[in-house]
Ligand binder design. Structure first.
Ligand code: SF4
Ligand code: SF4
Length: 857
């Protein structure tokens, strides 16, 4: 190391491979000092002027800003802010063409200067030695300083290197033709550059600082040596003029004989390289407190009248620089940003100066001829000989054309510094550097996509693992105890469990239960352990049985309660039915015409029963009457009438009772609920009622006929005595009997009419109980039917009444003149029999009367 340092201090340099010697053309612009341009009409400040992310915008359109005021703030890695180059108003924030060969739009801040060029508050640190490492780094960072040699790498990253630095190299070579910005800067501001070197020495603590300057810049060499004469740690080293000696890797090899490994960085070998313009900016930021808002730009070329170096505000349009320096464009004028070797032709001169803009070249056609058409590679190897990175440019070109990116990486494409030496020497006019640039961009995009896909895959794998863990955890939560290797005892337990299951399935099989119990006992005895796992199952089964028994008991209790309740309900319903029947009977007696159809039905049934009883009683009485001796006919007739009256009364009482009983026993639901019957039940009930009524009517007619015969036999002796002379008393009695018979017929007629009315109501109730029950308005059809039924009932009643009258007339006639009756109409056998009996009675009475008269006489 000491030897190396000694060699360096002795001025030894080490050559690098390749390199070319193009015409310098530096005298066009380095003869005059740096000039300061007037304020432009507008400034276009791109947010991105370096390698890395954009800063966050902290101003807005219309806002007034001061010179040096921050427009963005750093937020992400490798992002550095930008500042207002002068005071003015932000007129727009929009996309503008970028200072790039593609001129892709970049978000830019448009500032209209107010002409005052008023600085914001500055915080200078004259004694920077008192500042800490971080304070210095923050100042450098917030000042927006990035590499001004052309790469644009954020300076605070390089200044904050964690790797030990042996050599701090100041790149003042400026090997590219036409460019003299660093040369004149060193001439005029060597002291400030040395101050910047000292700030970096404070941060990096290098063993040696080497200032590399090409030997074609004698004034700059002298100025730098003068400025650094008091610092032995700083060595000003003169290097030969070979292009591209200003390349970072090439300069390191020139000054230290160290070679940066492929894919590595200078810090890996303990070397750090800074451009002189960057060091000047560091000095301005730390000591003066000024952020990076301007830089020295060489404006040169044969079309520039006042070629030279100018202090150009960042954001100043190229057109402004050209105009200020006397630009006389030629036809098909090209304006190149950078040098003729590494620069690129601008698509427009409305692009603003950025931090890496070191030169604006406006050559005429003699200076920089238009490249001719591309021709096929002749494999001359001139490109390989000129390549300072020891690459194979022709191979890289082929792989780039065929997009064989793996091959490009294999052939170290990224070691190419894009110096253009290969293209400069190529006789086939092949734009080799353009192919490399495009290939690098495509490979970087491919790598970015690959990284993105790998991150997505990594996230997917992590998510998949997480889901599997969660699923496994859920399964473990619900899983039973893990199965254990079956031993002899466990096999016995399994057999025991199977036996219990079998016994449970065949409960009636006591033998299985006993066998299971024996098996359990054996298992318990053999194992001496607890019951197998199915004991819990047995417990659960017992619990279910107990639950079933409880449920059954509860259900039985509930059913008994229901039965009791039903009994109570039935009793109450029966009582209500009886009460209703009683009330209906009373109402029927009081207002028979207002009876409801149901009451009429009940009454009809009761009346039928009563009539049957009355008929039976009448028959019994009739039999007894016929058995009585005809000695005292008058008394017997009176007694018979009294007996019939009693029987009739008893029959009515029985009828009422029977009605209640029938209603309560036979149709409790109808009476209780007065619920509407089904159509079938109603029809049946109507038929039954009609049959009962018919029977009752027949029986009543028979009773009336009998009564008429009896009354006639007992109460009308005068008519019976027509064949024989009657006494005055007998005639009187006969008259009374005739009157009684007439009254009986009238009652029978009235009863028949009442029955007909009831029958009509019953028929209507049986057919349409709801209408009658609810007194709902009947439809026209129903009314018509009801009217027809009522008419039929009235006709029947009228016919029955007429038949009764005819019978009564016949009976009276038969009593008085049986022969005439027999002639006028043929009598039935029974009527004839009755007539014969009546005639015999009449004759017996007449005979008796005659005997009594003869006895008296
Ligand atoms: S541009 Fe690349 S390949 Fe061509 S000479 Fe320069 S370093 Fe080599
Ligand atoms: S210099 Fe041009 S022609 Fe010669 S080998 Fe290289 S690419 Fe081919």
């Amino acid at each position: 190391m000491e030897k190396l340092i000694q060699q360096i201090k002795q001025g030894k340099v080490w050559p690098f491979a390749g390199g070319i010697h193009p015409p310098g053309q530096k005298s066009l612009s380095n003869a005059n000092p740096i000039t300061r341009l007037p304020l432009p009409d507008k400034l276009v400040v791109p947010l991105k002027q370096h390698i890395g992310a954009n800063g966050q915008l902290i101003v807005e359109k219309g806002q007034t800003v001061l010179k040096g005021q921050a427009l963005t703030k750093p937020v992400a890695n490798w992002s550095v802010p930008v500042h207002a180059p002068t005071s003015g108003i932000i007129t727009d924030i929009c996309q503008m063409p970028s200072a790039h060969p593609s001129a892709l739009p970049e978000l830019s801040i448009i500032i209209t200067p107010d002409g005052k060029d008023c600085w914001c508050e500055l915080i200078p640190h004259v004694s920077f030695a008192d500042l800490s490492h971080d304070e210095l780094i923050n100042i450098i960072h917030n000042s927006g300083i990035s590499g001004m040699g052309g790469a644009g790498f954020p300076t605070y990253i390089k200044a904050d290197s964690r790797k030990p630095i042996e050599f701090l190299i100041v790149n003042a070579v400026e090997c590219e033709p036409y460019i003299t910005a660093d040369d004149v800067l060193m001439r005029e501001h060597a002291a400030q550059i040395v101050s910047g070197i000292k700030i970096m020495q404070q941060l990096l603590c290098p063993t040696l600082t080497i200032i590399g300057i090409e030997d074609n810049k004698p004034e700059a060499i002298e100025a730098m040596k003068l400025a650094a004469k008091d610092d032995e740690s700083i060595v000003v080293q003169t290097v030969p003029t070979v292009y591209p000696s200003g390349g970072e890797r090439q300069l390191i090899q020139l000054l230290t004989d160290k070679e940066v490994p492929s894919g590595g960085i200078p810090a890996d070998i303990g070397v750090l390289v800074h451009n002189v313009g960057t060091l000047y900016a560091i000095e301005q930021a730390v000591i003066e407190g000024k952020p990076l808002i301007e830089r020295v730009v060489t404006v040169t070329g044969n079309t520039i009248h006042n070629a030279g170096n100018v202090w150009a505000l960042l954001g100043s349009e190229i057109k402004h620089l050209l105009d200020c320096q006397g630009f006389s464009p030629v036809p098909q004028q090209r304006v190149v940003m950078g040098g003729p070797m590494m620069g690129f032709t601008l698509p427009t001169v409305r692009i603003g100066v950025i931090k890496t803009t070191n030169c604006i070249l406006a050559p005429d056609h003699n200076e920089l001829a238009e490249p001719g058409p591309e021709q096929a590679c002749i494999r001359c190897s001139a490109c390989a000989d000129a390549c300072p990175a020891s690459l194979l440019p022709q191979q890289l070109q082929w792989f780039a054309k065929s997009k064989e990116y793996d091959k490009l990486k294999e052939y170290n494409l990224f070691d190419c510094i894009e110096c253009g030496a290969c293209a400069y020497v190529c006789p086939s006019e092949i734009p080799l550097v353009q192919y490399y640039r495009v290939a690098k961009v495509e490979i970087k995009e491919q790598q970015a996509e690959k990284v993105k896909a790998e991150r997505a895959k990594e996230r997917f794998e992590l998510r998949k693992e997480r889901l599997e863990r969660e699923q496994e955890a859920r399964q473990n939560r619900h899983k039973r105890k893990p199965a254990i290797t079956k031993s002899a005892d466990e096999k016995q337990k399994v057999a025991d469990a199977l036996a219990r299951v079998k016994s449970s399935d065949e409960k009636s099989d006591n033998k299985s239960a006993v066998a299971a119990a024996i098996a359990r006992a054996k298992a318990k005895k053999n194992s001496g352990e607890l019951e197998p796992d199915n004991s819990e199952v047995a417990k659960e089964r017992a619990a279910r049985k107990e639950q079933a028994r409880a449920y059954k008991a509860q259900k039985e209790a509930g059913s008994s309660t229901d039965e009791t309740t039903e009994d109570k309900k039935s009793a109450v319903a029966a009582a209500i039915a009886r009460a209703k029947a009683k009330k209906a009977a009373k109402a029927d007696e009081a207002t028979p015409s207002e009876k409801s159809p149901v009451d009429d039905k009940k009454a009809a049934v009761a009346a039928a029963i009563a009539r049957a009883k009355a008929k039976k009683a009448a028959k019994v009485e009739e039999a007894s009457a016929t058995e009585q001796p005809p000695a005292d006919d008058k008394k017997a007739a009176v007694a018979a009438a009294i007996a019939r009256a009693k029987a009739k009364k008893a029959a009515k009482a029985d009828e009422a009772k029977a009605s209640l009983e029938v209603i309560a026993a036979a149709e409790p639901e109808q009476i209780q609920d007065s619920a509407p019957l089904s159509a079938e039940d109603k029809k049946k009930a109507a038929v039954a009622a009609a049959i009962v009524r018919a029977k009752a009517k027949k029986a009543a007619k028979a009773d009336e006929a009998k009564a008429s015969l009896e009354v006639t036999a007992a109460g009308e002796p005068e008519q019976i005595q027509d064949s024989a002379p009657l006494s005055a008393e007998d005639k009187k009695k006969a008259a009374v009997a005739a009157v009684a018979a007439a009254i009986a017929r009238a009652k029978a007629k009235k009863a028949a009419k009442a029955d007909e009315a009831k029958a009509s109501l019953e028929v209507t109730a049986a057919g349409e109980p709801e209408q009658i029950q609810d007194s709902a308005p009947l439809s026209a059809e129903d009314k018509k039917k009801a009217a027809v039924a009522a008419a039929i009932a009235r006709a029947k009643a009228k016919k029955a009444a007429k038949a009764d009258e005819a019978k009564a007339s016949l009976e009276v006639t038969a009593v008085g003149e049986p022969e005439q009756i027999q002639d006028s109409a043929p009598l039935s056998a029974e009527d004839k029999k009755k007539a014969a009996v009546a005639k015999a009675i009449a004759r017996a009475k007449a005979k008796k009367t005659q005997q009594e008269g003869s006895d008296k006489s």
